[in-house]
Design a protein around this ligand. Structure first.
Ligand SMILES: Cc1cc2nc3c(=O)[nH]c(=O)nc-3n(C[C@H](O)[C@H](O)[C@H](O)COP(=O)(O)OP(=O)(O)OC[C@H]3O[C@@H](n4cnc5c(N)ncnc54)[C@H](O)[C@@H]3O)c2cc1C
Length: 437
């Protein structure tokens, strides 16, 4: 397939549209010659470009995005910057080193994000209170016990909660058991990435709405865009599930399309009908369960669909259909708010690999790639992006070692088997979801 600017679809429903209008940066026009180019201005590319700028203060770094910043997955996620990952199934002693490795990466990314947000005064509703991991049904109740054991074994702070305690804090009696983990940050994802993009060091030039359509490998590398080209000594690919469009990690990553809705802002009275906490985030202990937040600005956000949809956003008509599923889940949790309308629905595409691994390292001598975090990329992508810049610079660190230790990706068969396999892979996450959806 020949790529064109139309291959990078976008829409105007999401977290970005809840923010004041931002003036996007220019499109790339003409020919440029720089030492370093980063493709993709999500959390991975933004972090990579920022670190490259620190490492090479006298060089210009070009950062390119096909869309406006905030319109990729990094601006469309649920806004959980995770410190401690949950792995489904019983605690597996033989995997303890791997669990610790992933959590070290998460922590590194979270620390970097915290530093960038605070030092640049980025207004992204940053909240350090951790998350609730909840269970409403039999399958997730088992996962709750497994997760508790995992947290005990790895000695992470947590609090077990029963139904009454959850009801009192969150204002819904749906969840029978839960665990609060205090580390982890809730944020407004589009505000985060736009804030990061607008506070990049002076030697980074960001071009938005500037898709790379072709990469001519060689020394140097040449990138072809619609209205120009860039020649660079080193290229960093941070394009997540769209990397295969440029010929990378083909047959190793697919895009799964997720959708959710936001209510309007709740009134004081409606907020008082909820629990004692005025902001919180719930992650289901079932992989198909709903992710639900009471945001700092008083909205309920709920995401509970995921499907293989050709790695593109949903049309308005499909979103309207999915909104019925969001609505049922909302009213099941908050019957006292059944009169509250949704203000909008949104979709986003996450990159997943067959064996849920991440990608990090060289694609050739002068092309590097990081990405594919399977629904948990806000903190991890930040860590991978910075580590990739250090790695390309010949750096050595425990973070680089941790990123390099990501398991190799297993192979995904070619089309049409890919579509069938991907369809079932995404569908399987809902098996046994029951009341958690
Ligand atoms: C609905 C949803 C909810 C999620 N919830 C969470 C969550 O709560 N917590 C969490 O940690 N993770 C979550 N995730 C996953 C997380 O959003 C991603 O893992 C993370 O944002 C990936 O960051 P990235 O920078 O690697 O990729 P992206 O954010 O996808 O950025 C890649 C960028 O590359 C650009 N691009 C692609 N191709 C080209 C090209 N050819 N030329 C130029 N630019 C190009 C794209 O426009 C895009 O902006 C969620 C994902 C979705 C979709």
């Amino acid at each position: 397939m020949t790529l064109s600017a139309q291959s990078f679809t976008t829409d105007n429903h999401g977290w970005a549209e809840l923010l004041p209008t931002r003036t996007a940066k220019q499109q790339l026009k003409g020919s440029k010659r720089v030492p370093y180019v980063v493709i993709g201005a999500g959390v991975t590319g933004l972090s990579c470009a920022r670190r490259l700028a620190e490492l090479h203060p006298n060089d210009e770094i070009i950062l390119l995005d096909a869309r406006k910043v905030g319109q990729g997955a990094s601006g469309r996620n649920s806004g959980y910057a995770v410190a401690i990952s949950q792995f489904s199934g019983p605690f597996d002693k033989s995997q303890a080193a791997n669990y610790r490795r992933v959590n070290r990466i998460n922590e590194s990314g979270l620390n970097l994000l915290r530093e960038h947000v605070h030092s640049n005064a980025i207004d992204c509703q940053w909240q350090e209170e951790g998350f609730f991991h909840t269970s409403a049904d039999g399958y997730s109740a088992r996962e709750c016990r497994f997760f508790g054991e995992y947290l005990n074994q790895l000695e992470h702070d947590h609090t077990l909660l029963n139904q009454d305690e959850l009801t009192q804090q969150l204002g819904t009696s749906l969840y029978k058991t839960g665990i609060h983990v205090p580390s982890g940050v809730l944020l407004q994802p589009a505000a985060l990435v736009q804030g990061l993009a607008d506070s990049l060091p002076n030697n980074v030039t960001l071009y938005e709405s500037s898709p790379v359509l072709k990469i001519e490998r060689g020394t140097p590398v040449k990138l072809i865009l619609e209205m120009g080209d860039v020649i660079a000594d080193k290229v960093f690919v941070a394009t997540n599930y769209e990397a295969p469009k440029l010929g990378f990690i083909k047959r190793h990553i697919i895009g799964s399309t997720l959708s959710g809705s936001f209510t309007r802002k709740l009134t004081e009275e409606e907020l008082n009908s909820l629990g004692s906490l005025k902001k919180w985030g719930v992650l289901s202990l079932h992989s198909g369960g709903a992710t639900v937040r009471l945001t700092l600005d008083g909205r309920i956000s709920l995401r509970n669909t995921a499907e293989y949809h050709g790695a593109v956003l949903m049309s308005d008509s499909l979103l309207a259909k999915r909104q019925a599923i969001h609505r049922a889940a909302f009213e099941k949790r908050f019957p006292q708010l059944a009169h509250v309308p949704f203000e909008c629905a949104w979709s986003g595409v996450e990159g997943i690999s067959q064996n849920f691994t991440n990608f990090f390292g060289n694609q050739s001598d002068n092309i590097l790639l990081a990405g594919g975090y399977n629904g948990s990329g806000v903190s991890r992508g930040t860590a991978f992006g910075a580590a990739l810049a250090d790695y390309a610079n010949g750096g050595q660190s425990s973070l680089i070692d941790d990123c390099l230790a990501s398991a190799p990706a297993s192979w995904i068969p070619p089309r049409p088997f890919l579509d069938v396999g991907a369809f079932f892979k995404v569908k399987m996450r809902f098996i046994g979801v029951g009341l958690d959806r």
